[in-house]
Design a protein around this ligand. Structure first.
Ligand code: 5CA
Length: 437
């Protein structure tokens, strides 16, 4: 992509409304624009990151055996009356009336709708286990939407729903998602800590939140320092026993959010206990028959008797993760994208647009990266070098290649690692090799 043809409305000044660094940087880097409180348009750079995160989430869900569907954002109130959540959800639910006076709502989550799909089609134990997920916008009329996409009113969530014959089956589904989540966050360059959590309005007796550490996190978390040293699960199909082993290993270390942490009865103390702030980027629940019972989501078991299925639900805050990653990965100059979610892998800077040798070398480099399938943003604008450097640092692409007249005379380009700031002079061929390999 040529910057001269792109739509990247960056801001020089810090926007006043932004209280935390991710919100400030997302606005400054031209990633989002507020449409109304807690509701955002995703501009090209932000949209690319959102899609990358979504794709990683999707791939890991698919690998874990979940099957993608797409349910609507608008749902009927009647379904929610069947689970008794229509009234329970209170003011957080955005209620809408259609032209025929029918009560509708903008879905804050999808337990009811997915259970309705399930009960319509699945009648036999032979069709289990089943895990259906979608990646869809949700709406929660938060009292205080804030921190940009971190606590929005409209936000993108991945939500998966598992159906099993009994608790043992549901526990395997739960563990499989637990392990998939650890892998998902690791692929984004994040280490997530699972915390035993309160289940809130979703309900159920077993639940974990996944949080990433960042100074601006909304909750205080307490954990055993060694939990950060645990290994990410491998990319393979684990047996139920192996899954349980991984979950047991992670949950054997103390980790709790402030509302669950009891300083007087905490099993660890001293320098083993670390306290930091965290951002909740996922939440998984096992809630048994809370929805399947009122919806009569039953299947016939091997003995011919009806069984009410045991369910769990598993959420990941896809749009929140965009902000969360920035909170975890930035410096005073801007964003530092982990490569897996970066909007482009390389930023190419032409130091002297209009200079024949520079233009030609840049075009050549740009063309080669493109044919090798490397995502590159080429700053071909006729702007001051200082402004171009600051802009590239702000938008945080992992690698910067600068081509200028002086370097070209000695046959080199400047190759910079955004994360470490390390700069090397390389021949264009060597620079290409590093980026393509
Ligand atoms: N039905 C369950 C699991 S699918 C559920 O809704 N869980 S949740 O309420 O915990 O939401 C799942 C994830 O969505 C959270 O962990 C969080 O990362 C994200 N999320 C929740 N509310 C917001 C919000 N207002 N803005 C941005 N992300 C949010």
């Amino acid at each position: 992509m040529r910057l001269s043809r792109y739509f990247l409305p960056t801001l020089k000044e810090d926007p006043k409304e932004a209280q935390i660094v991710s919100h400030r940087l997302m606005l400054r880097a031209g990633m989002i624009q507020q449409a109304s409180a807690g509701i955002y348009s995703w501009l090209p750079l932000g949209h690319r990151v959102l899609k990358k995160i979504e794709q990683i989430v999707r791939e890991e869900q698919d690998k874990a055996g979940a099957i993608e569907i797409l349910m609507p954002t608008i749902q009927s109130a009647d379904l929610w009356r069947q689970s008794n959540r229509y009234d329970d959800y209170g003011k957080e639910m955005l209620r809408i009336e259609d032209r025929h006076g029918r009560e509708m709502l903008y879905g804050p989550t999808n337990e009811e709708l997915v259970t309705d799909i399930f009960r319509t089609h699945v009648k036999s134990y032979k069709d289990l286990p089943l895990n259906l997920y979608h990646i869809q916008w949700k709406f929660r009329d938060e009292v205080r939407p804030r921190f940009g996409v971190m606590r929005g009113r409209e936000f993108l969530m991945k939500d998966a729903y598992s159906f099993d014959m009994d608790y043992e089956g549901a526990k395997i589904a739960y563990n499989r998602m637990f392990v998939a989540y650890l892998k998902t966050y690791a692929r984004m360059g994040l280490q997530a800590i699972p915390l035993r959590a309160d289940t809130g309005p979703i309900g159920g007796d077993l639940s974990h939140e996944f949080i990433i550490l960042a100074d601006t996190g909304e909750s205080e978390v307490f954990y055993h320092k060694d939990i950060l040293g645990l290994k990410t699960p491998e990319d393979k199909d684990y047996s139920p026993d192996e899954l349980q082993g991984i979950v047991d290993e992670w949950t054997s270390y103390y980790a709790a959010a402030d509302e669950m942490h009891d300083a007087d009865n905490c099993p660890i103390s001293g320098d083993e206990l670390v306290s930091r702030r965290g951002i909740e980027v996922g939440h998984i629940f096992h809630f048994g028959q809370k929805y399947s019972a009122p919806f009569e989501a039953n299947v016939t078991g091997p003995d011919g008797k009806d069984v009410t299925v045991s369910m769990g639900s598993y959420g990941i805050g896809v749009s929140r993760l965009v902000g969360g990653i920035i909170e975890a990965c930035h410096d005073e100059n801007g964003i530092i994208w982990p490569e897996a979610v970066a909007p482009f892998k390389v930023g190419l800077i032409n130091l002297k647009t209009g200079d024949e040798a520079c233009d030609q070398a840049c075009e050549d480099f740009y063309g080669k990266l493109q044919s090798a399938g490397v995502e590159v943003l080429y700053d071909d604008r006729n702007e001051r070098a200082g402004g171009k450097f600051a802009n590239m640092d702000l938008i945080g692409l992992p690698w910067q290649v600068t081509i200028g007249p002086r370097g070209l005379k000695s046959g080199v380009v400047e190759f910079k690692n955004r994360a470490t700031g390390e700069k090397t002079e390389l021949s264009p061929e060597d620079a290409l090799q590093r980026l393509v390999g």
